[in-house]
Design a protein around this ligand. Sequence first.
Ligand code: FAD
Length: 483
Amino acid sequence: MSDTPVVVLFRQDLRLIDNPALHAAAQTGQPALPVFIWHPFGDDWPLGTARRWWLRKSLLSLQDQLRKAGSKLLLFKGDPATVLEHVCHDHDARQVFLNRRYDPSGREADQDLKESLEDRGITCSEYGATLLFEPWNMGTKKDGSPFKVFTPFYNAVLERLEPVPPIPATVNLATPETWPQSLSLDDFEDLPATPPDGHHWDAFWEPGEKNALKRVGGFLDEAIEEYPELRDRPDLDLTSRFSSYLANGEISLRMIQQALMEKFNCAHPADLPEAAAGFYRELIWREFGYHLLYHFPHTDTEPLNPKYADFPWVSNYEKELQAWKRGQTGYPLVDAGMRQLNSTGWMHNRVRMVVASFLTKHLLIPWQEGAKYFWETLIDADLASNSLNWQWAAGSGADAAPYWRIFNPTRQAERFDPDGVYIVKWCPELNRLPKKAFFAPWTASALVLERAHLKLGKDYPEPIIDHNDARERALAAYEMIRR
Ligand code: FAD
């Protein structure tokens, strides 16, 4: 066994459990240098502030775990290829271990990184840590092309999957005699230690691998049985909230899958009882998003269905876009959702669907604007899931919502927030209205509004657009494309 160190590069895999690159590095028995390199503008999609706040906390937690395991997280800034070349050169390391990325610019950057290291005689060993299937191993439709519809994809997953248990925590890393100089997290000025004014991320989130595990245990013990029935209710908040842990790789899909199978005592996800199967299916939507982004790498910015390249979006929309972003459209469910996003960095899935439909169908604003804003503000921003879902909402993507399905935000509120609890939590100015006016304040009589001390247009906006007019306009636009 050699004393030459090996390097492990952490990116979207900030965990010790089920981390194949870390595990493989430990298996060499050589001293391991765990490295994180901050390269904020290296990719086409630089992280938004919420994800950068999370990342800092997540790195703190990883530092702590590695310290407890007798090792250390080495922090650097700059171009990863240059940093790694220096570290390898200074410490005579000849092997780098890393887990793959799947987004188009990450893949391209990793290919360049690999080539540049290999040119210097350094081998780069890559592993899959994010998905159940590498996208090129997922199989295809009968005609040999990649899946574009979810249900056949899901069935293929269940058919092909041989569940692999997660790798136990890697805590046996050999250490070098001398450690390289490392930066401190305080040197990363653009990873904020506290949320900016008006954001309350610290009241809602506890980043880090240990908290991810706690969350999985809590959800499986307390909420999963009710999930299928109540998952669409933003007022009850019964979903798992695993998404930000997954986005930062503090937990893997294999770990969640294993926990589900253990809890329900089955050997394969296809045998999960109905309650758990409904939840598992949602996890596979994420896998589907990665599959699509891998095979159709242009779909983070361009429609999957090429017909939609000619969609007649409106062109002057800055005022409406700002109203949507700020939660000032006059439609309470839409506004509540956008305010939840702006405050907590997260929004309930049902409400994400409603606000996305509102932007693309009521306001006819290009889906790319919404996807960009979500990317910048979501604490769970994930390029694959975000692109998949925005395209779904706009009708241009895989398994897309049919063009004639235009959510009525008032009906959606009545159905999924029946007591208006979610609406008044995020739009407290509506609190004094009688319940039935929560969903559509513009329908309340002058007397009711006066009693509630609510002036529409002043304390809360008038609807930015009439629902029926918007629906007609959207249908006409979609009809043009359909033809
Ligand atoms: P749960 O309901 O508990 O679901 C469990 C897990 O399943 C989630 O953590 C997620 O990994 C996966 N999942 C659930 N629904 C979906 C879905 N529709 N698509 C893909 N995966 C899903 N999710 C992100 O992680 N990042 C995003 O950037 C993102 N952008 C979205 C944009 C729009 C317009 C819409 C409609 C949805 C978006 N989603 C995104 C999907 C979904 O809203 C979130 O994954 C979910 O709300 C996260 O909360 P949860 O973990 O409590 O979900």
